[in-house]
Design a protein around this ligand. Sequence first.
Ligand code: EPS
Length: 388
Amino acid sequence: MATLTYRTAGESHGPALVSLIEGLPAGLPLDTALINEELRRRQGGYGRGGRQRIETDTVSFLSGVRRGRTIGSPLVAQIVNRDSRLDDTPALVKPRPGHADLAGATKWLTTDCRETLERASARETANRVAVGAIARCLLKEFNIQVVGFVVRIGPVRTDIAADLPPEELRQAALASEVYCPDNAASDQMIEAIKNAKIAGDTLGGIVETRVFGCPIGLGSCTHWDWKLDSRIAAEVMGIQAIKGVEIGMGFRAAELPGSMVHDPIHFDAAQRQTPALGFTRPTNNAGGLEGGMTNGQPVVVRAAMKPISTLLKKVMPSVDLTSHQAGKADYERSDVCAVSAAGVVVENVVAFEIARAMVEKFGGDSLTEMWHNYHAFLAAARALGNPE
Ligand code: EPS
């Protein structure tokens, strides 16, 4: 079946986080070091809370893998929680504004928000990073690279040049404690997080992901939920605390005339062998997606994260669900700023959606079959319109 899907399970303080992935072609080498490196990056970023000092997230495979390669059967990936104490966690009865607490407790007809927050917690994103990193192993086979970084934390923002090559971009982001490739902005972001911590407050921000090397034609224009931009947006919006998603120029495209928004189409025969088949675009305002399909340019996705809803300073008005008395929202151990971590999550869920689209278009039962399909498609596309 050429459909790639996943589900996750696990509570923040349960014994483990697990994910079930189906539809990976057989014969795919899984690079455990690559997956663990993504998990490590998710745990990092200046402004994280105490939980990250307890956990060292690493993946193990419970099924679907033999001798380091997928075998075409359902794959279960596991991350063990060291801070496993679900039965001993206390009740939380004063819901935190911005968190899932009030809606979840009411939905499941309880006055204890604990069971809602255990699953709503961003701890679950470790699962999605593992799944996305597994998808990266597939993308690597087709030279598709996914790079993410931070462009805003609270009041501090920057723009990163569109023409930076993927490896340079990745290294520059890695060199920053907040994963921002601009040194000066990175220092100011750290300062802003320090000040928020002193104030007992939290900060949100904006992250960007760029995907390099996609062939033309992933996704489809035929149905709203087959469009790749729609699927990427849904997947990114599904990450805890994300409140907005932009593709390419995003909301700014609404301000400008068409002649300043749409990316001219040129052709350079010397680049015919690339996945973009020689079609070059001097700008990439579309963010690599036109009509819900990849157009050969880098896919560019930005996501806005709200500030974490657990505030150290007990200032947020709330109500005790057991007495209906006014009070201040409860405090749980949390982060001052998790924007850098959210950037890693965005990268990896985008990687999964790109991999899913690759499997749809080229998938077969094995990686070898998929590889042949991919190259046969590129050869057929190159044969189009060739002047004899
Ligand atoms: C997180 C783990 C959680 C929180 C945080 C993210 O662990 P704990 O509750 O034990 O401290 O630190 O979750 C939230 C910010 C949230 O709102 O739920 C993680 O591993 O990323």
